[in-house]
Design a protein around this ligand. Structure first.
Ligand code: THU
Length: 237
């Protein structure tokens, strides 16, 4: 993906001018290129309650999700002189979550990768090492933009002669009249009970369909049971 660094810097400078900084008089602006080509921006916002300051990067990440999600590819963060500013430590962690190790951050003389700004970063893998894959309810970072979309199908399966529950996350919503791309986003781990597989699904999408051993469908998602699904799922385990 082509990165228009001058354009990003210009958007960051424009946004920096809208910062709200009655305490520090240190305005910061940031602009980020999203993997679908959008540009999102943020500025810092201070408060009389001094510890409550929102860094520019916080606004950027909120805007990222408010306007459709996706992953950050490159950011330019600037100070009042328009020069590149290094994100603070907390914001490096914040950016890590939404851009990952390859996110490029404008710096002089060259952009830096997030791995250079935040080596040995803490992430979900560190938690999974302790909780194991069954506790890994979190959506993998590369699938974060799909969260809330698509449909999760939960079904029983055989593993080593035992019945377990698993599922998969399908990218289409199944809503009639839409021409959506189809395909599996993620295969779920094995769970001992249906309820755990449903919980795995609800972290991903509000549309969760349980397909039992006989192929009968029930709705374990949010809201009313949609047309075509005969009943609501009940946890009988
Ligand atoms: N600031 C940011 O907005 N982002 C950073 O990464 C560094 C610091 C803001 C917070 C505060 O409003 C001002 O800069 C001075 O610390």
């Amino acid at each position: 993906m082509e990165i228009d660094w001058a354009g990003l810097r210009a958007a960051a400078i424009e946004t920096m001018r809208r910062a709200y900084t009655p305490i520090s008089d240190f305005p910061v602006g940031v602009a980020g290129l999203v993997d679908d080509g959008r540009v999102v921006v943020g500025c810092n916002v201070e408060n009389a309650s001094l510890g409550m300051t929102l860094c520019a990067e916080c606004g950027l990440v909120s805007s990222l999700h408010a306007t459709g999600g996706g992953r950050l590819v490159a950011i330019s963060c600037v100070d009042a002189t328009g020069a590149p500013l290094m994100p603070c430590g907390r914001c490096r962690q914040l950016l890590w979550e939404h851009g990952g190790p390859d996110l490029l951050v404008e710096a002089l003389p060259r952009p830096l990768r997030m791995t250079e700004l935040l080596p040995h970063a803490f992430g979900y893998e560190d938690m999974e090492r302790v909780t194991g894959p069954a506790g890994a309810a979190e959506v993998p970072a590369e699938l974060a933009k799909w969260r809330g979309r698509g449909t999760v199908f939960v079904h029983p399966d055989l593993s080593g002669g035992e019945t377990i529950w698993t599922g998969y996350w399908e990218r289409s919503s199944g809503e009639p009249g839409t021409s959506e791309e189809k395909g599996i986003l993620e295969e779920g781990p094995n769970f001992p009970a249906a309820a755990a597989a449903v919980a795995w699904g609800l972290v991903r999408s509000p549309r969760v369909v349980v397909v039992d051993a006989e192929g009968k469908l029930s709705w374990a998602g949010e809201g009313d049971t949609p047309e075509g699904i005969p009943q609501r799922w009940e946890d009988n385990s």
